[in-house]
Design a protein around this ligand. Structure first.
Ligand code: BGC
Length: 244
């Protein structure tokens, strides 16, 4: 069984067909910059282009950087405000003329790590964080996802945790070493409010995991995500199996 996974991010919209038995992409992923403004219609145009690029006729799953409940988007931190209240599952399904499974991007990443990656076979409380434009979170208890947690929006240092410690701050004058200390502070904060057994760190920055892991001082084990920033695509494809 195969499905097209689409991952809508703050800067790029990425897609690839995924083998649902192995979690492997069948071809190279295709990335198109996120349109500005990133309204639903503009994003759907890009998704339609991606579907056409892969000549895709099978199932489609789509990860969005927002709270998604029963197909409807409830927040919009890094996408256009017009998403709020938008029924993405219905509207995107109509645009593509087929049913589409829509979910939060960090939940998608968590799903990929749970089925094929670093969270596989882990019991207890596992918190996966995606560190990119924002901070996304996926929380599992004994392998069951608690959907739509938004730990990146906890208030922290007078702002939100994601404004303080998302990987994006590295492009804004903060060095990677300084950012790693900020991340450590945030992980320690999470350990005070929702102590996990394991943290899994995802997002593109997880490829540098070895360079910053040594400054992280947590009681919980910290693991790098297996899929890094590919997890959203794999998890979006997996969502079509109804395994959430
Ligand atoms: C959004 C989350 C999303 C995260 C990563 C945050 O700003 O509120 O829903 O998972 O960014 O994209």
């Amino acid at each position: 069984m195969e499905a097209l996974g689409v991952d809508v991010g703050g800067s790029g919209i990425k897609a690839a067909p995924v083998d649902l038995k192995t979690g492997k992409r069948l071809t190279k992923r295709k990335r198109i910059p996120t349109p500005r403004p990133s309204t639903p219609d503009a994003v759907y145009d890009v998704i339609a282009q991606l579907v056409e690029h892969f000549s895709w006729e099978g199932p489609i799953g789509c990860a969005l950087p927002a709270v998604v409940q029963a197909g409807t988007v409830l927040t919009a931190a890094n996408i256009d405000d017009s998403w709020i209240g938008h029924d993405a599952a219905t509207e995107l399904g109509e645009r593509l003329a087929k049913p589409v499974d829509v979910l939060n991007d960090a939940d998608a990443a968590g799903l990929a790590e749970k089925v094929f990656g670093a969270a596989r076979d882990l019991d207890g409380v596992v918190i996966l964080l995606t560190l990119g434009t924002g901070i996304g979170s996926a929380v599992f208890t004994d392998g069951v996802l608690v959907p739509n947690t938004e730990l990146g929006h906890l208030e922290f240092h007078g702002t939100s945790a994601e404004r303080y410690a998302a990987a994006r701050v590295i492009d804004k004058g903060v060095t990677q070493a300084e950012w790693a200390l900020r991340l450590n502070e945030f992980l320690q904060h999470l350990e005070r409010v929702l102590p996990p057994d394991v943290f899994i760190l995802g997002g593109g920055i997880s490829k540098n995991f070895d360079a910053y892991a040594n400054v992280l001082e947590t009681r919980a084990t910290v693991l790098p995500a297996r899929f890094r920033n590919r997890a959203g695509i794999v998890g979006a494809a997996l969502a079509t199996r109804g395994t959430r």
